[in-house]
Design a protein around this ligand. Structure first.
Ligand SMILES: Nc1ncnc2c1ncn2[C@@H]1O[C@H](COP(=O)(O)OP(=O)(O)OP(=O)(O)O)[C@@H](O)[C@H]1O
Ligand SMILES: [Mg+2]
Length: 258
């Protein structure tokens, strides 16, 4: 793994707006966020807080409305093209008509390699599913496949958007064992989750956002201490506003509805 910058992710004044017929939604609202190499960061926030949008900006899948984001010291698209970043996204990214094993081999081919699928399937706990057609796999099995595919490029930075959604108890345990193993080898991991227990058990650091803004950032212990009870759930509920039922309620940026 090569690292070309002192930061894995460096976002400064990051803003992303979506313009629609009913006004402008400010999904990310001036986010300053620095992630250092080797950190395992839990990215928390209510539905619609801006987690996936931020991940998209870090992956270069969307362009910021304002501000900048650098990944391993590079433009996001460059870091991806160099195979230094991989992601497990909430949806998509799979071809239903090929097998699990072929999916991993195809991903390897995209990186100009001819890696056998076996070791990656093993790490994702789906070695026995190599010959199954993707479309016949269960939701949790497909999520494990996304994880196996994300490991293929041996990325420096792994972005996981609700990676364990739909996984069973053992699946989650296996998944996090694999992630911790990779993190100990120096890989940087940023994961969005609604399972606060995953943040408490596996993250070095918790970043909590609400309505596109950072509302808490620190070690699990530091963030827990923000609530009198010392529970991460209480901090979450205290610091995150009610989700906007109507996203256009957030259209007026300054002062807005917070
Ligand atoms: N392409 C888009 N066009 C318009 N609005 C969008 C678009 N993508 C996201 N949004 C809005 O931006 C806000 C942030 O969405 P985002 O998907 O980043 O939230 P999230 O934190 O990932 O939520 P969840 O926990 O539900 O996955 C939401 O209000 C959403 O409706
Ligand atoms: Mg999301």
């Amino acid at each position: 793994m090569t690292t070309t910058s002192s930061y894995a992710i460096e976002a400064r004044g990051l803003v992303k707006e979506f313009r629609g017929a009913r006004g402008t939604v400010r999904a990310v609202d001036g986010l300053d966020l620095v992630v250092r190499p080797g950190e395992v960061v839990a990215f928390l926030g209510p539905n619609g807080a801006g987690k996936t949008t931020t991940v998209d900006l870090v992956l270069g899948l969307a362009a910021p409305t304002a501000g900048t984001v650098r990944v391993l010291g590079k433009e996001p698209a460059r870091a991806i093209a160099d195979g230094q970043v991989a992601a497990v996204m909430q949806t998509g990214g799979l071809l239903r008509d090929i097998t699990v094993g072929e999916s991993v081999e195809l991903t390897a081919a995209l990186f100009g390699r001819t890696s056998p699928a076996g070791p990656f399937l093993e790490r994702a706990g789906i070695a026995d599913l190599a010959d199954r057609t993707v479309g016949r796999c269960s939701g949790g099995q497909q999520q494990r496949l996304r994880f196996a595919m994300a490991l293929v490029s041996e990325p420096d930075l792994l972005l996981l958007d609700e990676p364990t959604a739909g996984m069973d108890v053992r699946g989650r345990r296996d998944f996090w064992t694999a992630i911790r193993h990779d993190a100990e080898a120096g890989r940087t991991v940023v994961f969005a989750t609604h399972y606060l227990q995953e943040a408490e058990s596996y993250a070095d650091r918790v970043v909590l956002i609400s309505q596109g803004r950072l509302v808490a950032d620190g070690t699990v212990a530091e963030v827990r201490a923000l609530a009198g009870s010392g529970s991460l759930e209480d901090v979450f509920l205290d610091l995150t506003a009610e989700p906007a039922a109507d996203p256009s309620a957030r259209t007026t940026a300054e002062g807005g509805t917070r």
